[in-house]
Design a binder for this molecule. Structure first.
Ligand SMILES: NC(=O)c1ccc[n+]([C@@H]2O[C@H](COP(=O)([O-])OP(=O)(O)OC[C@H]3O[C@@H](n4cnc5c(N)ncnc54)[C@H](OP(=O)(O)O)[C@@H]3O)[C@@H](O)[C@H]2O)c1
Length: 271
């Protein structure tokens, strides 16, 4: 169980903060079982004030004696952080990384002990506990390690496990996805404004419609095409709108956007 685990969060930035909040509020983890680390002295007061957990700039001290170590620093800081914790790590610890494009083997190779590693790709709605986190297990991660990781990310939204070779695709879809959705949201809101709806109400209509439509898909489990058909009366107005979307190639454009972003994620790993 997670509640009695001692957890270090290395890098209490936007995502680290969301994870700490989720663990305390939704997974019943005591603040005293958590410790954070940051790069700058100036960040210590922010973490203390906002989260009320112990926080340090000494990564090795944060890691010593912990059961789980969450690596929530930027990918470009990962090597330095792994070097800084080397004297304090032990093979019984579970390491969980959220850094985009950093593989489990990259971390395994830089740990001085044969510890378990899990990689996660959350997305920005995790900041509001509505995230989508995809997890993959490194070669030493057991089902119990996976269950613990799942419990952590369930505190900030939904979770799924996939093979690591699909993590670039995940980055292109759910990682980058919120950005595509905001483009669609902005366009729908703009359409309402064009038709005379006040901008704030127009954005509300568009955003709640997207939220409600997504919830219907998640909760009914129905295929999106079936849900679309249920809105589309023969010879009604929706079918005319759908024809415009087909002519504007919305579907193929979104597919190409996800594929391109996934390709870019792969390039970043290999660069
Ligand atoms: N934001 C998201 O929604 C999201 C989604 C998916 C994946 N991720 C991944 O999550 C990671 C963090 O992203 P973020 O958006 O939370 O970034 P962020 O807000 O910039 O936070 C990074 C944190 O790392 C700390 N840090 C930097 N170097 C450090 C070091 N050597 N030792 C200890 N702490 C150090 C920084 O400390 P200071 O505060 O002192 O600068 C900061 O608190 C990235 O790898 C990113 O790919 C983020």
């Amino acid at each position: 169980m997670l509640y009695d685990k001692k957890i270090a969060i290395l890098g209490v930035g936007k995502l680290g903060e969301a994870l700490v909040s989720g663990l305390v509020r939704r997974a019943d983890v005591e603040r005293t079982n958590l410790i954070g680390s940051v790069a700058r002295q100036a960040s210590l007061a922010r973490v203390d004030l906002r989260l009320g957990i112990p926080v340090t700039t000494d990564n090795a001290a944060a890691v010593a004696g912990r059961d789980i170590v969450i690596l929530a620093v930027k990918p470009q800081n990962m090597t330095a952080v792994l070097e800084s914790i080397a004297p304090a790590v032990s093979a019984s610890q579970l390491f969980i990384s959220v850094a985009a494009s950093v593989s489990t083997s990259f971390i395994e190779e830089r740990l001085p002990v044969p510890a378990a590693v899990i990689r996660a790709m959350p997305n920005t709605p995790a900041l509001l506990n509505e995230g989508m986190s995809v997890l993959c297990a490194g070669r030493r991660a057991t089902p119990e390690h996976q269950r613990l990781a799942e419990e952590i990310f369930s505190a900030v939204g939904r979770t799924a496990f996939l093979e690591e070779k699909l993590m670039d695709a995940v980055t292109g879809l759910s990682g980058s996805g919120p950005a595509y959705i905001y483009v669609v949201l902005e366009a729908l809101s703009e359409a309402g404004v064009k038709l005379g709806i006040p901008r704030d109400i127009s954005t509300l209509l568009a955003a709640q419609t997207m939220l409600g439509a997504a919830k219907l898909a998640l909760e009914t489990g129905q295929h999106p095409a079936l849900l679309r058909d249920s809105v589309t009366t023969p010879a009604g107005c929706t079918v005319d709108g759908l024809l415009e979307l087909e002519e504007g190639k919305l579907r193929v454009t979104l597919i190409k956007a996800v594929v391109r972003a996934a390709e870019r994620a792969r390039e970043l790993v290999n660069s």
